[in-house]
Design a binder for this molecule. Sequence first.
Ligand SMILES: [Zn+2]
Length: 143
Amino acid sequence: MHELSITQHVLKIVEEHAQRAGAKRVTVIHLVVGQLTGFVDDSIQFYFDLLSPGTMAAGALLDIERIPAQLQCRACGQEFALEDKQWVCPRCYAVGGDVVRGREFSIESIEVDQEESHRLPTGEAGTPSRASGDGPDTQEQKR
Ligand SMILES: [Zn+2]
């Protein structure tokens, strides 16, 4: 289970940054996860829910941005998206390629509670943020 160790790692980094900022608690954690890491969002969330109680990140929202895989052909230099796990260049049909994007895993930033909400860049390597509209934050009660 890779997700267990990376979630432990995330919690450790997040707490370090939050403490350094003098925060009381962490409200949102922005993660960037490449497609090729094999990390499953639900698993990260599962371990986070398991490990975060008792830490400064207890109850924080995990905001996970997925980065689709992008490859570059070694033969002709063409960049192409990884589709259906086919590592084949669409231009020259060479098999394989170098990974341009998709192996990212970074804690892009965290949001913490001080007197007011602050967004802290963590300084971890990452790509620019893009808003992702997925993930239900509220659930309506149905009867
Ligand atoms: Zn090619």
